[in-house]
Design a protein around this ligand. Sequence first.
Ligand code: SR1
Ligand code: MG
Length: 401
Amino acid sequence: MTTSGGYTPLTVETVPAWLDARPHLRARVPGSPLHVREVGDGNLNLVFIVRDDPDRPGIVLKQSLPWVRVFGKGWPLTVERARHEADAYEAYRPFAGATNPDYHGFDPVWYVLAMEDLADLRIWRTALNEGEIHPGAAGEIGTFIARIAMRTSDFGLEPEVRKRQAALATNPELCRITEDLVLTDPYIEHERNRAVPGVEPLIAGLRADDRVRLAVATLKHRFLTGAEAHIHGDLHTGSVMVGGGRAVAIDPEFAFYGPVGFDLGNLWANAGFAAARGARLGRPEAFRAHVAAILPESWDAFTGEVRRLWPERADRFYPDAFLAAWLRRTWDDALGYMATELVRRIAGFAHVSDIDSLPDAERASAAAACLRSARRLLVDRAGFPDPAAAWSVVAEEIARG
Ligand code: SR1
Ligand code: MG
């Protein structure tokens, strides 16, 4: 199938010729024959691993489709998302170090980006689902979020530069997905919603609660208007690869200028899913402690790195007292977006394997714990001023059964 301008979705059969026509990429996998596997398991895109030796890393090609992959052609979606992902990798490259994948370029006709084959790493969600412990990953991601906050915002750039960067990063179609799927649909009746079976009364309770509606509407408005930094925009555990002491943030196709707390909250909610799953499956205490540490370790790393970079801020008009207030607001945002991510993966369109792959009874009780935690975080965020207090909400609700 060919669309306008020469764009054509790649297949495992057409990838070798596509690479032959691009010697700078072919040089990264110079041997023959090429071994091509399509491994995309996300909701949106094609992902090909290309190797000339099946046992050694080669390169990854990622191509956006003009529709939502898991839904089909009935849900069209701009292929521009691959450009946004490429632009984010470029924006993060100067400060992200090994947390950014090695990025080899973007083809603006085929909407293909080429990047490192992270052969020895696994998707963090998959690793957590199987009970693996990856020390240091949460801290790496917290540091990464801090560097984005400090280097791509008005704290790190001259205001004219920041505004031009923000304009280039405007990502309306992908933001609209978040505005709908995360920050609206779960709180109303909508044909896209798919509830985890057994928690329908809890979802109905959320929808009927005016305090919940006000809190989510406030978070939605902040998402729409809080253009602070070039955030990742979809930083759940399926967007992080771990292994060998490294944590890599992938898939920033939802990147845009938004509130810094959104990425933190997304990560923390997914720690919540891992914790609920770990408890229901009776995982060892060491694993449960590891998951419980994701929120505090990432927040500590985040605040530590923000404070380390604060003296280098671009505009010294901002006093230290402003930093303290900004961190408080970011904490408040993060808890709010943690709650909205907890809700949408249980009550909305896009679910998580942590919960969905549990046996029926455990799935319902894990999902219920996530929804109860979210409700408390939404209506009483001020009551949870630090990581221990915030995580205690999740721990208590999981323990309630
Ligand atoms: C239609 S896209 C559904 C979800 O997949 C992506 O990974 C984002 O999380 C989005 O909300
Ligand atoms: Mg993704």
